[in-house]
Design a protein around this ligand. Structure first.
Ligand code: DQA
Length: 142
């Protein structure tokens, strides 16, 4: 079982950016937490973060034919990117959308999610535990 966990712009700034929304764990804490979780369940995991839309599209395309599931937090591209939506649709791999913050309690523009249209599940507002829940859903819960 192989999972790609993909994070979009500014998620490398976790622990520094808006801790009231995103908590105090850093991106490297998040990666460690995910790796530990996957190790304990014998899941192969690839972690990727980029601030660039095209790089995220490239990484999603690379999974074609070699990955069992995608966990994606596209950051602000959630609310704008048809290209990332189309990339996920192209590879046809079960994908879970994750948001650390309670986006449903935030600005109106954050209520729009393009990626959601290609996802089997959305997890919002569970902090970084949401990534682990998404991995469990893809590997056990479907
Ligand atoms: C986010 C929510 C987005 O609105 C925001 O642009 C992010 C992070 C979240 O994890 O809560 O960068 O996806």
């Amino acid at each position: 079982m192989k999972i790609l966990v993909i994070n979009g712009p500014n998620l490398n700034m976790l622990g520094i950016r808006e801790p009231d929304h995103y908590g105090k764990e850093t991106y490297s804490d998040l990666c460690e937490k995910i790796k530990k979780h996957c190790d304990s369940k014998n899941i192969e995991v690839v972690l990727y973060q980029s601030n660039h839309e095209g790089d995220l599209v490239d990484k999603i395309q690379e999974t074609y034919g070699n990955t069992d599931g995608i966990v994606i937090n596209p950051g602000a591209y959630t609310h704008t990117s048809v290209a990332i939506l189309d990339a996920v649709k192209s590879v046809n791999i079960p994908t879970v959308e994750v948001h650390i913050s309670k986006v449903y309690e935030r600005e109106d523009f954050r209520q729009i999610s393009y990626i959601r249209l290609a996802c089997v599940k959305t997890i919002t507002g569970h902090g970084t535990d949401g990534y682990l829940e998404a991995i469990d859903f893809l590997t056990e819960g479907r």
